[in-house]
Design a protein. Structure first.
Length: 129
């Protein structure tokens, strides 16, 4: 299972639309680091996609475990800027959330257009009220 990848494309149409991606959406003027991917885990479509994907496995008695995601292409969990990582230092995801644009209409890296254009910041602000 690869939710950080497939939920960005809404693979198998498990939700109302694709999950937004945080790192590629940031402005190059503010973030110059390595641009792997990280899904907006606060996007309601992320949890819905994951739940529906898990439902797809059903009650298979032969299923022993599920491995989720691949850290080679998922950003935010690797070495920080204080470690020599060959130019692939991972960003602080809190900082990335703060510099993500207020809206996202599309993600040209994966050729996706969003119907719901709210960003992580607007989703967090609306969920706390």
């Amino acid at each position: 299972m690869w939710p950080a990848y497939y939920s960005l494309r809404n693979q198998s149409n498990r939700t109302r639309g694709p999950v937004k991606e945080l790192i590629k959406a940031t402005d190059g003027h503010y973030y110059h680091g390595y641009r792997a991917r990280f899904p907006n885990v606060f996007d309601p479509n992320f949890s819905l996609w994951l739940v529906r994907e898990l439902e797809n496995y059903g009650s298979n008695r032969w299923l022993v475990r599920i491995s989720i995601d691949d850290a080679d292409t998922l950003s935010g969990f690797g070495a920080g800027p204080d470690v020599d990582s060959g130019g692939k230092a991972n960003p602080d995801l809190g900082s990335i959330t703060l510099i993500t644009p207020p809206t996202q209409t599309e993600n040209m890296a994966i050729r996706i257009t969003y119907a719901d254009t709210r960003s992580t910041r607007s989703m967090l602000c609306s969920s706390s009220s």
